[in-house]
Ligand binder design. Structure first.
Ligand SMILES: NC(=O)c1ccc[n+]([C@@H]2O[C@H](COP(=O)([O-])OP(=O)(O)OC[C@H]3O[C@@H](n4cnc5c(N)ncnc54)[C@H](OP(=O)(O)O)[C@@H]3O)[C@@H](O)[C@H]2O)c1
Length: 262
């Protein structure tokens, strides 16, 4: 069925038969993205620090959509554990078609109080682990000549933010890494892109939403007039995971209620 764009059909958005790895899938944006990909037909491998081996919310959502779910509990602050995960994924019978690098953490403190420990932790989880996992899984995609990699960037891939210097550094680097990988892998049939969520109501932004001054200032600037919900990210994720985006490489796609346009 055509949807009015020559050469494009809804079938191009189908993920039926694909296998997607979604990190940080236990809650928040990752839970919504895993659910959205499953609703489009993808089987899901979920990963997060405390993901239950069985009976998680994400497992229920994926299975309700008629797809299979496998859980991996991995701490992205532990580089060896991330390498072991990559080995298991690459060594498995079924190749990874889609890798969604979404797991992430944040540390809030003014620069002068931002400790080495907080910096190292955020950079390891939000940047280095994403690189290590993508290098390993991406190598297999390049060898096969197909694959989709989606990073989770941020408004702080474009802006400085307040009290989150390590997070801003990591998310700005994610935008750079998206382009660097795309430059190398586009000619091998592997698409590397990022989604930049705006201000989304999840645990990650609880402290902001609990601060009436910050929360009001943020809301005032959002043209859509509301905070985002995790489910707002589903459409962009399905697009970037599907063959509808086969000619899209190295882009950072904001899903931000218009925030960056202000
Ligand atoms: N919310 C926003 O407004 C916003 C805006 C821009 C970008 N983002 C990005 O979107 C992504 C998801 O954030 P969210 O808002 O959904 O936050 P969230 O609700 O706090 O969820 C974070 C997810 O990442 C996982 N995670 C955190 N630290 C981890 C670690 N050390 N090892 C493995 N997994 C870890 C968590 O695992 P457990 O559940 O097992 O603890 C959880 O599943 C992050 O990359 C975040 O930076 C969020």
């Amino acid at each position: 069925m055509t949807i009015g764009i020559p050469g494009t059909s809804l079938a191009a958005f189908s993920l039926k038969g694909r296998l997607a790895v979604v990190t940080g899938a236990r809650r928040g944006i990752g839970l919504a993205i895993a659910t959205g990909l499953a609703e489009a037909g993808a089987d899901i491998v979920g990963v997060s620090a405390s993901l239950e081996p069985d009976g998680s919310d994400v497992q229920r959502a994926v299975e309700n959509a008629g797809c299979t779910f496998t859980a991996h509990q991995v701490d992205f602050a532990d580089r060896e554990a991330v390498k072991a995960l990559a080995e298991r994924l690459v060594g498995a019978d079924r190749p990874v078609d889609i890798l969604v690098n979404n797991a992430g953490t944040i540390a809030r403190a003014p620069v002068v109080d931002h400790t080495d420990e907080a910096w190292d932790h955020v950079i390891e989880v939000d940047l280095t682990s994403q690189f290590v996992l993508t290098r390993e899984v991406g190598r297999a995609m390049v060898e096969r000549g197909s694959g989709k990699v989606i990073f989770t960037a941020s408004m702080l891939s474009f802006q400085g933010g307040i009290n989150v210097v390590g997070y801003t550094a990591a998310k700005s680097a994610i935008a750079g890494m998206t382009k660097a990988l795309a430059n190398e892998w586009a000619s091998h049939g592997v698409n590397v892109n990022a989604i930049a969520p705006g201000y989304i109501a999840t645990d990650n932004t609880e402290a902001l939403r609990n601060d009436p001054a910050r929360s009001g200032a943020i809301l005032d600037r959002i043209p859509a007039g509301r905070w985002g919900e995790a489910r707002d990210l589903k459409g962009a994720a399905v697009f970037l995971a599907s063959s509808a985006s086969d000619y899209v490489h190295g882009t950072v796609l904001p899903v931000d209620g218009g925030w960056l346009g202000r």
